[in-house]
Design a binder for this molecule. Structure first.
Ligand code: ADP
Length: 334
């Protein structure tokens, strides 16, 4: 598992429940989303109605699961949590839908990875609160209509564009979750430190925030690793020096790059003069699979403006040279 990976590992899963904000006021950042969602939920409550279906799009670890729980809490409704990959057959979805209580929130993570038949069943369920359960096979098969209680679907996806338009259109409200600013992550870290009973100064929190890749989950994970270091090597208090020293041990640099990220940039610059170089060649040079370089390392490097994907191959930007403390060769500008 990568320390700066955005998906939840076992330890994250074990501690995240304790760190989740419980209502919209406690939810840090994402001002637009919070304001809009607050209106949607208030209006539904005032009408005594079930809230509209909500689509949350954004990278892993930005708070989609947390928001779905907040939606349920704000509506005073129970919540059921499942994911697209867990629903292989339309029957799996029918079983879940038919057991929902009135007003319940159904959180469907990775909704873009649901099977096609399940997706089609979901269209009707979202729109008419009804599903057709197919009984039997072949020419004798019959569709038995089943009424569902009104419910709120909260779908989560990494990118809204991954959803087929008919599914996207059935959500009353779509929220795009952005990466967090360092100042917001600093607040997340202070809040988590308080809940975990860890003493941290604002400079220590800033040091961790700057390396957290805009992602609360990573901020919380780095906080726990820095806490370990502070306990073993110091008096348990997280200062800027302690945070910096700890993250040096864990090889997470000042911009949140880890060994893999830096390995890619170093190969690109030191072996290929900054590129352009093909993905396969680059992958061999860092001793990793193509997929690892492309899917694990590159997205963040591209986002940070350190690496560019061009038709002729991967290129290190001037910022990448600067980050490694190197000077790019003079470019001909003619
Ligand atoms: P996602 O479902 O998008 O992968 P989660 O909702 O599981 O992300 O959030 C990951 C972790 O980050 C949780 O521990 C959660 O408490 C924390 N977190 C996410 N967003 C916020 C926020 N806005 N304020 C405080 N903590 C947050």
């Amino acid at each position: 598992e990568r320390l700066v990976g955005a998906s939840a590992d076992r330890e994250d899963q074990a501690v995240e429940a304790a760190l989740r904000p419980k209502d919209l006021d406690e939810f840090i950042g994402q001002e637009k989303v919070r304001e809009q969602l607050d209106l949607v939920l208030r209006a539904a409550r005032a009408r005594g109605a079930t809230a509209d279906h909500v689509l949350l799009s954004g990278a892993p670890g930005l708070g989609k699961t947390t928001l779905s729980m907040i939606i349920a809490a704000e509506m005073g409704a129970p919540i059921r949590i499942t994911s697209g990959p867990a629903i292989q057959h339309a029957g799996d979805l029918a079983a879940i839908l038919s057991s929902l209580q009135e007003g319940e929130v159904l959180f469907l993570d990775e909704i873009h990875r649901m099977s096609r038949p399940a997706e089609e069943m979901l269209y009707m369920a979202m729109e008419d609160f009804r599903v057709d359960v197919i009984v039997g096979k072949g020419p004798g098969a019959t569709a038995i209509p089943l009424e569902l209680p009104p419910f709120t679907l909260v779908g989560a996806t990494t990118r809204a564009g991954l959803l087929p338009p008919p599914l996207r259109d059935r959500f009353g409200f779509t929220a795009h979750m952005e990466f967090y600013e360092p100042a917001e992550l600093q607040r997340v870290i202070h809040r988590s430190a308080h809940l975990l009973d860890v003493e941290i100064g604002s400079e220590g929190a800033a040091e961790i925030a700057g390396r957290s890749r805009g992602t609360p989950r990573i901020a919380n994970r780095l906080l726990r690793r820095v806490r370990d270091y502070a306990q073993v090597k110091a008096d348990g208090i997280i200062t800027r020096e302690i945070a910096g020293a700890a993250l040096k041990v864990y090889e997470v640099d000042a911009r949140g790059l880890d060994r893999l990220d830096r390995g890619v940039l170093e190969a690109l610059i030191k072996l290929f003069g900054g590129g352009p170089v093909g993905l396969s060649t680059l992958a061999v040079a860092v001793g990793e699979e193509r997929e690892t370089v492309e899917e694990v390392a590159e997205p963040f490097l591209v986002r940070e403006g350190l690496l560019a994907r061009t038709p002729r191959g991967r290129v290190a930007t001037p910022a990448a040279w600067a980050h490694l403390g190197l000077t790019p060769p003079r470019q001909s500008t003619g």
